[in-house]
Write a protein that binds this ligand. Sequence first.
Ligand SMILES: Cc1ncc(COP(=O)(O)O)c(C=O)c1O
Length: 353
Amino acid sequence: MMPYESDLALRLTPYVAGEQPRDRQFIKLNTNENPYPPSPRVAEALSGLCDMLRLYPDMESTALREAIAQVNGLKAENVFCGNGSDEVLAFAFAAFFAGKRVLAPDITYSFYPVYANLFGAAYETAALKDDFAVDVDALMKGCCVALANPNAPTGILLESGEVRRLAAHCRDHGAVLLVDEAYAAFAPETARPLLDDFDNVLIVRTFSKSHGLAGLRVGYAMGSERLMDALRRVRDSFNSYPVDRLAQAAARAAILDEAYTAETSAKVIAARDRCRSMLLKARIDVLPSATNFLFVRADPVDAAPVQQALRSEGILVRHFSSGRLKSWLRVTVGTGSDMEKVTEALIRLIAKA
Ligand SMILES: Cc1ncc(COP(=O)(O)O)c(C=O)c1O
């Protein structure tokens, strides 16, 4: 008998997201959400919108794209919006990598191989260096590249000169360089200046981390009009209205409140750096982070028991059980008081391990 499922459905290996607990109150430091609520302007933007929900939204998210363009010194034609950056990334894999080779660091956002598999791209990896930094030379293989910068789950930033070198290599080979900047708000520099010089660079960002809007599901891409056109073609072959009315209005209000984002990001960065220096003082390895999380070496062999011990104390962090990641825990930066608790617990538990 033929199976009900398509070959495609049977051969997928889906992404596994971090735990979203429902049963008790945790200090939740496992999925890189912002500890602060979104800008108060978000609630104002949403009030009175209910009646409008009977109408379909603007499928081009025009007002939101204009706001994103304004904040980034671009034109709205250079911006594309989607239902979370995961969706924008999926569209990008379909638009630029399907049927081609795409190269990524061996340790990076684990959704990339899932999209490659879904859209029939040949996914290849290049090992990170021993210190977990991205090896740009190893990514120069004449094909498309997917680069999370800063990288996840390491938190390490690849400096912009190196990203530029990679962009030029990709352009010379007719290939797109996707720079996933989910965490760029917490980093000292971004790839945005490359858009003035390269038509093959696609930057993807999210409102989930920097704008306290993980529950809203809005992400966006920035790049040349040619790249935006390709994303639109994919979107309109899938769902013409991926960003709803509430999401467009809320995300627009959030991105225009630049002072609020700067203030909350500064608090996250300060708590991150304080936690890292305390862990380093306790002789615990922590990678340098340009994100809203820290990657902490919790055990010489396997950090799972430390993760479990933290969980029993009401603190959720993320552990990846594969290869070089096994000894490490990814700890999202929370409020100052969350970080005091997790820092104390990590020092106590890791010293014991
Ligand atoms: C590197 C990276 N890209 C993209 C995303 C997805 O973010 P969004 O909530 O916009 O789908 C994440 C979320 O954890 C991430 O770590």
